[in-house]
Design a protein around this ligand. Structure first.
Ligand code: 5AD
Ligand code: SF4
Length: 513
C-alpha cells in the first residue's frame, strides 16, 4: 500500500462539510498520507461535495470534467467524490463519469481510508472493473433504526479520533453535537443525504471541547443541522465498555422537562466545565424548538456568544406550510421578541428562499416587509432550486420563472444591505472584542501579487497588515494588525461601517493622522 501518496482535498458547502473534511484529513494524515494544494500534482483528488442547491453541484461537475481531461493524460490519478452528492446520486454517478474511482457518502466517512487504499493498490487495468466495489453509501437503509445505530457507532469513531494538534485549529474549532435531520422541509435534500437525526452523548462532547481548549482553541462552534433540537436521554443511553453511544433523535417538539440533557443544559455544561473556553457558538437553530431555557442559559453565561442563526425561509404562512417548516411567521416573530427581551445585545442572522413554487407577489411582499422590520445582521438569500428526491420536487411545479426569482432575490438583497448597514453603524465609536481569524483577502491579494494598485484599507505603516475577525455577535471586523494575532481575541475600536463589515483600529493603537 502506498501511504506516501499525496492527496488534494477540496470542500464545498456548509460548515458540517468543513468539519467532515478536517476529520477526514486528520484521519488520513495519521495514516501517512500528505496533503498538497495543487490538484494536478496529487495522486488522489477528493471533492467533499454539497447537494443543497443545484449551483453547488454544478461547480463539482465542472471540476470532475477537468479531472477527466487530466486523467486522459495521467491515468494514475484517483478521483473520489465524497459527501452529499455521492449519497444523492449513488452508483449511477460511476456510470456517467468513468473518471470517478470511488464514492463515499457523509455517513460512511470511516470507510474512506480503505476505499483510497484499495484504489491505490489496484493496478490500472483492474481499477475500472473494481470501481463498483469502491462505493460506500448509506442508500435508503439509513433510516432503519438497527442499521442506523450500527452506522452511528462507526461514524462516532471519526469524530472521536480527531486531532487535537494546535496547528490545525488556528484558535477555532467545530464540534458536532447532532448529525442528520428529521425535519423534512419540503425543498431540502439534507434528510436524505445526511440521514436521520442522531445526538452525541454530552460527556463525549464536553470532553472534546476540553481537549480542544487544552490544545489552544479559543472559540468552539457547536454544529447541528437543527442544533437546538439536541437532546440526549441519559436514562435510556446504551453504554459499551462504559462509554455512552450516540442516540437516535425523536421528532417530537422538545420540552425542557424531558429526562436527560437538553440543548440548554449542554451549553451550560460546556460553559461551566470548560472555563478556559473564551467563546462558545452554535449553528444552525431551528425556529420551532427554541425554548426560553436556551435564552436564559445564554443570558447568565457571558462566554456564550450573543449570536443566533435562525433561518426563517419565508414570511408567508401559506409558503411556510408548503415548505413544511412547522411554524407561522407570527411564531417566528414572537421568538425574535423573546430573544431581544432576554438578550438585547444579540445579533440574529437568517436564511430566505425566494421563488418557492407558487410564491406570489403578495407572498414576496410579506417577506420584504419582514426583512425590513426584523433587523437581521445578515441574511443568506437563495433562489429556490428544485432538488430531486425532495417532496417539493416531486409534488410541486417549479413555476416561478428564473427572471422573477432573480428580481425577487435582488430586491431582498437590497433591503438587507440597508438593514445590515444600519446595524453596523450602531457600532461606530464602540470598542469590541474581536476574534482574529485571518489576514483580510485584500491584504492577502496585495501581498501575493505585490501589486501596489491593490490598496488595503487603513494599511499605513509597513509593519501592519489588514486583519479580519469577528465580534461575539458574528459581525466581520477589519483592522490594522499583524498575522501573529490570528487565533486570539483583541479589542478593536470601530471607526467605520459598511453593509458587510466594520472597520477599526486596535484599541490603544497610536492614532494615524
Ligand atoms: N433551494 C434553495 N435554497 C435552499 N436551501 C436549502 N435547500 C434549498 C433549495 N432546494 C437553503 C435554505 C437553508 C440553507 C442552508 O440553504 O435557506 O437554510
Ligand atoms: Fe433541511 Fe429543514 Fe433539516 Fe434545515 S431543518 S437541514 S432546511 S430539512
Amino acid at each position: 500500500m502506498d501511504r506516501s501518496a499525496t492527496i488534494y482535498l477540496e470542500t464545498f458547502g456548509c460548515q458540517m462539510n468543513v468539519l467532515d473534511s478536517q476529520l477526514v484529513e486528520s484521519q488520513l494524515r495519521g495514516l501517512g498520507y500528505r496533503f498538497i494544494d495543487d490538484w494536478r500534482a496529487a495522486d488522489v483528488v477528493l471533492y467533499n461535495t454539497c447537494s443543497v442547491r443545484d449551483h453547488a453541484e454544478h461547480k463539482v461537475y465542472s471540476r470532475i470534467g477537468e479531472v477527466g481531461q487530466h486523467k486522459r493524460r495521467n491515468e494514475d490519478t484517483v478521483l473520489g467524490v465524497v459527501g452529499c452528492m455521492a449519497e444523492r446520486e449513488g452508483a449511477a454517478m460511476l456510470a456517467r463519469y468513468p473518471q470517478i474511482d470511488l464514492l463515499c457518502g457523509p455517513g460512511e466517512l470511516d470507510k474512506l481510508p480503505l476505499l483510497i487504499d484499495n484504489m491505490l493498490r489496484t493496478d490500472l487495468a483492474r481499477r475500472t472493473r473494481r470501481r463498483r466495489e469502491n462505493v460506500a453509501l448509506q442508500g435508503n437503509t439509513h433510516r432503519r433504526s438497527g442499521t442506523l445505530a450500527a452506522a452511528e457507532d462507526r461514524l462516532e469513531m471519526v469524530d472521536l479520533a480527531r486531532s487535537f494538534s494546535p496547528d490545525e485549529h488556528h484558535g477555532s474549532a467545530y464540534v458536532r453535537i447532532t448529525r442528520g435531520c428529521n425535519k423534512f422541509c419540503s425543498y431540502c435534500v439534507v434528510p436524505q443525504t445526511r440521514g436521520a437525526e442522531v445526538h452525541r452523548p454530552p460527556d463525549t462532547i464536553v470532553d472534546e471541547c476540553r481537549q480542544l481548549v487544552e490544545a489552544g482553541v479559543v472559540e468552539i462552534t457547536l454544529l447541528g443541522q437543527t442544533v437546538n433540537h439536541y437532546h440526549f436521554d441519559d436514562t435510556a443511553a446504551v453504554s459499551v465498555d462504559g462509554v455512552r453511544q450516540p442516540q437516535v433523535g425523536g421528532s417530537a417538539i422538545r420540552s425542557p422537562n424531558l429526562p436527560g440533557t437538553s440543548f440548554a443544559e449542554l451549553l451550560a455544561r460546556i460553559h461551566d466545565e470548560v472555563p478556559d473556553l473564551q467563546r462558545l457558538r452554535f449553528v444552525t437553530s431551528f425556529p420551532r424548538d427554541f425554548g426560553d431555557d436556551i435564552l436564559e442559559t445564554i443570558r447568565t453565561r457571558p462566554r456564550i456568544c450573543r449570536y443566533l442563526h435562525l433561518p426563517v425561509q419565508s414570511a408567508s404562512n401559506r409558503i411556510l406550510r408548503l415548505m413544511n417548516r412547522g411554524y407561522t411567521v407570527e411564531q417566528y416573530e414572537d421568538l425574535l421578541v423573546r430573544i431581544r427581551r432576554t438578550l438585547p445585545d444579540a445579533e440574529i442572522a437568517s436564511d430566505l428562499i425566494c421563488g418557492f413554487p407558487s410564491e406570489t407577489e403578495e407572498d414576496h411582499a410579506a417577506t420584504r416587509d419582514l426583512l425590513r422590520r426584523s433587523g437581521f445582521k445578515n441574511c443568506f438569500i437563495f433562489k429556490y432550486s428544485p432538488r430531486p428526491g425532495t417532496s417539493a420536487h416531486e409534488k410541486m411545479e417549479d413555476d416561478v420563472p428564473e427572471a422573477v426569482k432573480r428580481r425577487r432575490n435582488n430586491e431582498l438583497l437590497e433591503i438587507q444591505n440597508g438593514v445590515s448597514r444600519a446595524i453596523h453603524e450602531r457600532y461606530v465609536g464602540r470598542t469590541v472584542p474581536v476574534f482574529v481569524e485571518s489576514v483580510s483577502r485584500r491584504a492577502e491579494k496585495s501581498r501575493n501579487t505585490a501589486d501596489p494598485s491593490v490598496t488595503v484599507g487603513w494599511e499605513s505603516a509597513q509593519s501592519t497588515t489588514q486583519m479580519c475577525g469577528r465580534t461575539g455577535g458574528d459581525l466581520i471586523v477589519m483592522f490594522d494588525g499583524e498575522p501573529g494575532q490570528i487565533g486570539s481575541i483583541v479589542d478593536v475600536q470601530i471607526e467605520q461601517a459598511a453593509p458587510l463589515a466594520l472597520f477599526g483600529q486596535l484599541a490603544g493603537a497610536p492614532v494615524v493622522p
